[in-house]
Write a protein that binds this ligand. Structure first.
Ligand SMILES: [Zn+2]
Ligand SMILES: [Zn+2]
Length: 394
């Protein structure tokens, strides 16, 4: 059994008013990836007011706060995201987004407030701390890979990070609980584009053309066999064609169709093999119809794989702060993806899903109604502070 850290929760609950104030101020002013100027300035100011060494402009808009303990020791990092989404908020909350078409619909405002809350809890103990805590506020988590940019900018070095942790608000986990995983937690995400190139002709003379639409349609169907026939059934994978664009009129054969899709995988060998399979199948099917293809692949986020010891420590911190009923081991990974994966390729660490689920009608992430009970932010701050202490003292 881990040590009793329930005093962290009591202290976080006493600080909840301030945590909620941070969250609401950040919520009102959502900014897209790499444009988080005001958000970054707000976070930097909050970190400075707690006496941290603050670095701004890391990988454009990133902010890093460093809390140096009274004695030397290890370095642990806690991470939050600065960016919001191009979604029009529909919650009707009094502190709703003041920017039309933009919203913190992925809970990143809550993550920032929770990490600032952990900073408040830990900075109060600076005299008793041996080691450092880095508070990383990264830009552009949504699709743009700000985490990768931050790793490349050296955010995990000098002082070198021994462990990194982050929570994500999760509507599909029950409020009052936190889901952990000792390994695979979220999928790799990549994108591809296929252009099917035929030859146009009048609809009255189809035999004089090469119909790119028929070739593309057969291609979409054939690509479904990658997951069903070429991937180990025990190895989760998704191949999706998300958009099809082609054709100009009902009576003309299309000479060009563009298909765009995405792939989700866990196993790195599977991830590596899939582009060749998509291209082979798409080219062969198009070829059977006399058409050609052009294929393009774009690597996205790697799979998020927790380090087992770090996950155990994170779980233990949740248990010691919130009690034995709060943490649980997820029974399966999520097929969604997250750029926290990049940090975990560099240093040991763990991600976890902070439950905000209140029944089947809980709004999902990335929806205009997304909202959550702010009380969970006290738990989040306390658990993050707890795992930081456990890492420094462990
Ligand atoms: Zn998101
Ligand atoms: Zn997110």
């Amino acid at each position: 059994m881990s040590k009793d850290r329930s005093e962290l929760l009591r202290r976080a609950e006493a600080l909840l008013g301030r945590i909620v104030e941070w969250r609401r101020a950040l919520h009102k002013w959502p900014e897209l990836g790499y444009q988080e100027e005001r958000t970054a300035a707000y976070v930097a100011q909050a970190l400075s007011s707690m006496g941290l060494e603050v670095t701004t402009g890391v990988a454009k808009t990133g902010v890093v706060g460093l809390l140096r303990g009274a004695a030397p020791g290890r370095t642990v990092a806690l991470r939050a995201e600065l960016d919001a989404l191009p979604i029009q908020e529909a919650t009707g909350l009094p502190f709703a987004s003041e920017r039309p078409g933009l919203m913190h619909a992925c809970g990143h405002d809550g993550h920032m407030a929770a990490v600032l809350g952990a900073c408040a809890l830990l900075s109060e103990r600076r005299e008793r701390l041996a080691g450092n805590v880095k508070f990383i506020f990264q830009p552009a988590e949504e699709m743009l890979g700000g985490g990768d940019a931050l790793c490349k900018a050296g955010v995990l070095r000098s002082p070198d990070v021994d462990g990194i942790f982050a929570l994500h608000l999760w509507p599909w986990v029950e409020k009052g609980t936190i889901g952990f995983s000792r390994g695979r937690m979220m999928a790799a995400f990549d994108e591809f584009r296929i252009e099917v190139l035929g030859r146009s002709s009048h609809g009255a003379s189809p035999h004089l053309g090469v119909d790119a639409i028929v070739a593309a349609a057969r291609g979409v169907d054939a690509l479904q066999s990658i997951v069903s026939r070429e991937v180990d059934p025990q190895d989760p994978a998704v191949v999706t064609i998300g958009t099809i664009k082609g054709g100009t009129a009902t009576n003309i054969l299309a000479d060009r169709v563009e298909l765009a899709g995405s792939v989700r995988t866990f196993d790195s060998a599977t991830r590596k093999a899939i582009p060749e399979r998509i291209e082979r199948i798409a080219a062969s099917v198009a070829g059977a119809h006399g058409a050609n293809i052009r294929f393009a692949w774009k690597d996205g986020y790697p799979a998020l794989v927790n380090q087992a010891d770090a996950a155990e420590r994170f779980y233990g911190a949740a248990e010691s702060v919130l009690g034995a009923k709060a943490p649980f081991w997820l029974d399966r990974p999520s097929m969604a993806s997250e750029d926290f994966a990049y940090y975990l390729q560099e240093v040991p660490g763990s991600f976890a899903f902070l439950g905000i689920g209140e029944g089947p009608n809980t709004p999902g992430l990335h929806t205009p109604d997304f909202a959550f009970d702010e009380q969970v932010l006290a738990s989040a701050a306390a658990v993050l502070a707890g795992v930081a202490l456990d890492t420094l003292e462990g």
